[in-house]
Design a protein around this ligand. Sequence first.
Ligand code: NAP
Length: 333
Amino acid sequence: MPSLRPKPALFNPIFRLTTSGLLRRTGAGGAVRAMDAAQVFDRESGASDEPDQRARLKIAIVGFGNFGQYLARTFAAQGHAVIGHSRSDHSAAARSLGAAFFRDPHDLCEQHPDVVVLCTSILSTEAVLRSLPLQRLRRSTLFVDVLSVKEFPRNLLLQLLPPEFDILCTHPMFGPESGKHGWSGLPFVYDNVRIGDSEDRANRCRRFLDIFAREGCRMVEMSCTEHDENAAEIQFLTHTVGRLLAKLDLKPTPINTKGYETLLELVENTCSDSFDLYNGLFMYNNNSTELLERLELAFNSLRKELFGRLHVNLRKQLFQSPDGGSSPGAEEN
Ligand code: NAP
């Protein structure tokens, strides 16, 4: 299938390979200029437009729900072979995306995918991972998770996977709503938790990351711990405010301001995700409880400030004498 996509980001000058074989931004004007200048008769330039069999990955998506299908669309569009498995039967959706669906996890694993992407709800991840027949996979398989929290799956994967498996923890920080106009400029966080030394393994990991780089994502290498510290504020706060506003049942009016429309959009963006996802952000990020407490304190302090001013004004009115000065009673209090 001929690729309609631009040249892979591996050849994009703003990315370079690090010694660990992963992608890092280097700023504009980097290496590999020759590829840009290549002519039609140049075999290498032809190769960048043709599907490169070595670059084609077989990717298994475990958890073929809302986000799994969303990712599958881009994986398939980039020419990768996509296979899926889920608790529910999503075979029709998979077919429409050009993917194969396996109801039985044994059948999925016997397909020997290069990469297994864990895309289940945060709450069900451990049970799902424990139910996978890992012995049916190749000894060298790359496991990737896309959970919206990172320390929890990192520890779980290290604990449950055989030591021969590679582990890449990622968080595409967008979804079907926020990424509906494409992924350009949207952050993609990754932590190369355990990637074997061999060139093949580094290459496989790099090819997976390249899917997101090719779509224009802002590739951010960050430890899982650091991610969770930041995500409590960025993500859990955003979702909490969105869900809080949803409880007010806000409606559009004929005199919407820009600010009010932003609030309506926030409700839409956050409430289109499942409650399981939101619950997972709370339960599996150590920093979320503290953030909820800070939010409550901030709300109470704001309310106190408003009511404090109201009280001062009321007192002034109550004790104002008819001639405009304050009455003696007011001074006594
Ligand atoms: P979700 O509600 O977090 O997860 C739905 C998926 O989990 C479905 O595939 C569902 O399977 C599976 N699942 C739920 N409970 C299960 C159980 N008890 N046993 C087995 N499977 C179960 O919604 P999502 O939006 O699709 O998110 C999937 C993952 O991607 C989450 O970890 C989330 O944090 C991450 N993520 C989501 C977004 C986003 O914008 N939505 C962005 C970045 C990362 P069935 O469909 O078969 O029922």
